[in-house]
Write a protein that binds this ligand. Sequence first.
Ligand SMILES: [Zn+2]
Length: 114
Amino acid sequence: MSAEKFPRLPTNLRISVKVNTNEKGEQESVETDLFCDKGNCGKEVGIYSDGPKTTHNVVCPEHGLLTSFPSYEALKKFTEVLANKILAAHGHGTITDKTDCIPADDHPDPKSVN
Ligand SMILES: [Zn+2]
């Protein structure tokens, strides 16, 4: 994994970006994953929230809460901006309104009671 593919973020997070193409080789969607960047952890983090408009907590299974975002929208924006930097550097199309961006898995908060 190159430093370019995993830029250091202001938080304790790293991002990986996967471009999915259709059978014609056209860029169809972009998949992003967030990983813990504490020490050499590298574990995939979980995103926990009570809903799209509530706080999204980014939690490492090893290190606990890494950072949080005020809403799903904020998390999505954050991953999109980072992903676009990587995509542009690799000559891929960037994420636009026409491209699906699949952010990190959105898990319901196991501690929340419905
Ligand atoms: Zn960790």
